[in-house]
Structure formats: C-alpha cells, structure tokens
Ligand binder design. Structure first.
Ligand SMILES: *Cc1c(COP(=O)(O)O)cnc(C)c1O
Length: 382
C-alpha cells in the first residue's frame, strides 16, 4: 500500500503509453472516431459518457478517498444534485445539518422542497436528536458536513454511520472543508463522500468542480447511469486542473493547518475578538471527536468581534493581504462576512449565522504577514 501523498500524484496518472507524457493529456474533445460501428478505442465514444482526462480524475479521487468509484461533476452543487436524484423520490425525507453550506440548504429546501422531498434540520452533534428525527420508511439519508460552514461544528462520522446502518439509511458526508488528506469518511463508515473540488482539491481558486465518491458497486452503477443520463459532467480542462491541484494537496493542507493554528492563537489574545471557532481548540465542544477523525484541524476558522456587525464589516474592508471574497481552500487567504455573503440565502432560517461573525480561509502565505494584516485591521478599534 502506498501513502496518500504518493497516490495523490500517481493514481490514474501513469505516463502516456504513446508519448511518455508524465501528466495526463487534456482530451479537449467531444467525440471519438469508431473503427467500424461500435469499434471503440479504449471504450470512448462521446465525452459526456466518458473522457480520458475525467477518467484519470475519477481513479485519483476514488483512491484518495478510499472509495471504489468516483464521478467528477461541473460543480459541487451538481455533485449534490446528482447523488440526491440518485437516491430520492418524491415523498422521501432527509436529515440535514443545522449549519451547512448555504447552497446545500438552498438546493434541498427550495429546489427539492418543490419536488416533494422533506427534510429535518438537526444538530448532528446530538445523536439522540438525529435518531428522533428519523421517519421509518421515509428517511433515506443523513447529510453531514463536518467541520461545518461557517461555525466549524463537528459531528461524529463513525457514530452517525452506526445509526445509518441500524435504520438502513445512507450516510453522505460533504468532505469539502477537511479534504481527504485530513479526513476519510468512507473509512469511518460513511457511504458517500461529496466534494466541491472548487475548494481544497483544486486549491488555486481557478476552477469550479465537484465530485461524488462511493464504495458500493450498485450505488456506483446508479450514480454512473445518471451522470451520463443527466450530464452534469466535469469538462476535460477542469478535470485536469483538479488533478493538478490534488498533487500538492498534502503539502498545502499541512501549511493551511499550521497557519490557521497560529492565527487562532493570535485572535484569542486580541481584545476585539469575542469568540473563535476552530476544532483544534481544546475548548471546542467536540474537539475530542475532531482529534479522533481528523489528522489535523484544517485551514478554516471563524470568529466574532466585540463591536458587532459594523466592526465585522469594517475589518473585512481594512485587510490588505486577505482578499474579501466568497469561496475557500485556495492558496491565497480569503476573508468574508457569512451573514451578508455566503450565508445570505439562509437568513431568517434555522441556519442563520451571527452577524458579528467573520470567516477566514487561511492560505499558505507567510503566517507573519497574515497576522500583521489582521492585526492592523483589528487594532483600529482598540
Ligand atoms: C462550495 C461548497 C459547496 C458547493 O460547491 P460549488 O463548487 O460551489 O458548487 C458545497 N459544500 C461546501 C462545504 C462548499 O464549501
């Protein structure tokens, strides 16, 4: 067995047999010549159904998430839609987290709601609440995000997997925040992993993409059927960018985590900071679970400031190295105000976030420069 860092660079990416090219070519092509009707070369006929660059990404994703099959999609939300359409019918029910990516909530609540899918929003760190929310015969899956966005709550994947098995549900984990370098839900008993590859897997803020990884043959067949039948596939160049990003995932994550820990330390000591949310903190409610299921605690954190919403917005304006932008997981540090940006779509719902909250996606710049930048922005209020 080779290690994660080795698989991330090599899985699905043997040198090209014809030319020796050491990285997969970008097969930017829609259709493939047949040698007589049905005479396919390598099984390829049309790029929605199959494309060599996307296939290389599928092999790599399956390997690094410890699944058997992966499917690359045009966005993270396309991956979510694909798995939900695979497993749900009108009348079915889902358990969703209290603190989730805003777009996930919008998809399940506003889009699937219209199609007769019910869902219960549950604090999944409370296993009793999860059990009580299951509607026998109707509930089909538990949708988990851990760590959550933007409050960095942690749920126990192995414990939720046990509950899922007991009731015959699927456990779907959105592993975007942790990345497979830090956490591998399929090894903890989850059935499906979802990614926005736009984030850490791509890692350079230059691609929108998503993925589904599964470990069951029959589920893979069903997802594969809809992947082709509905067509939310990742294009060849986007697939290639994600493959390239994955090669450096391990070293990037190490630095993201290291920088985030130092920034957390700085924020905790600052008089304008009211509370810091980071699973690496001993004081975090589920630090023990995080320490068990994650290799390290990631590059995402959020904090509340003492001066309320105006101060939070002003800090977002005053930083110079942190870029004010949505998204996360790239090499560059980003700052955002969830209440007015990423989570504006959940305002007024049970997922509403505090308005004095700031979220950071800590990049891999020199940490002293990042701390100095936050310091000059926060010190204006001291
Ligand atoms: C960004 C994100 C998504 C959605 O992915 P897109 O690529 O933007 O469609 C889903 N889940 C999480 C946790 C995300 O951060």
């Amino acid at each position: 067995m080779t290690h994660f860092e080795t698989d991330a660079i090599h899985a699905g990416q043997e040198p090209d047999p014809l030319t020796g090219a050491v990285v997969p070519a970008i097969y930017q092509v829609s259709t493939f010549k047949q040698d007589g009707v049905g005479g396919l070369r390598g099984g390829y006929e049309y790029s929605r159904s199959g494309n060599p660059t996307r296939d290389a990404l599928h092999v790599c994703l399956a390997e690094i998430e410890k699944g058997t099959h992966a499917f690359a999609t045009a966005s993270g939300l396309a991956a979510e839609d694909l798995i939900l359409r695979t497993i749900l019918k009108p009348g079915d029910h889902l358990i969703t987290p209290i603190d989730a990516y805003g777009g996930t909530y919008r998809l399940i609540n506003s889009v699937y709601g219209e199609w007769g899918i019910e869902h219960s929003v549950i604090d999944q760190s409370d296993l009793v609440a999860v059990r009580n929310a299951i509607k026998p015969g109707k509930t089909k899956a538990i949708w988990v995000e851990t760590p959550t966005n933007p409050l960095l709550n942690i749920s126990d994947i192995a414990a939720l997997a046990e509950i899922s098995k007991e009731f015959g549900l699927l456990l779907i984990v959105d592993n975007t925040f942790a990345s497979p370098y830090l956490q591998q839900p399929l090894t903890l008993g989850a059935d499906v992993v979802i990614h926005s590859t736009t984030k850490y897997l791509g890692g350079h803020s230059d691609v929108i993409g998503g993925a589904i990884v599964v470990k069951d043959e029959e589920l893979a067949r069903q997802v594969g059927f809809l992947h082709n039948a509905m067509g939310p596939v990742a294009g060849p160049f986007d697939s290639w960018l994600v493959l390239r990003g994955i090669k450096t995932l391990g070293v990037r994550m190490d630095r993201h985590c290291e920088n985030a820990e130092k920034i957390v330390e700085f924020l905790l000591s600052h008089p304008r900071v009211k509370q810091v949310f980071y699973p690496g903190l001993k004081s975090h409610k589920n630090h023990g679970v995080a320490a068990r299921q994650m290799k390290s605690f990631g590059g995402m954190l959020s904090f509340q400031v003492v001066g309320g919403v105006e101060e939070a917005l002003e800090i977002c304006r005053r930083v110079k190295i942190f870029t004010l932008a949505e998204s996360l997981g790239g090499v560059e540090s980003l700052i955002e105000h969830p209440g007015k940006m990423t989570h504006a779509s959940v305002a007024g719902s049970s997922l509403e976030v505090p308005e004095d909250l700031i979220r950071l996606s800590v990049g891999i710049e020199h940490v002293e420069d990042l701390i100095n930048d936050l310091s000059q922005a926060l010190d204006q209020f001291a």
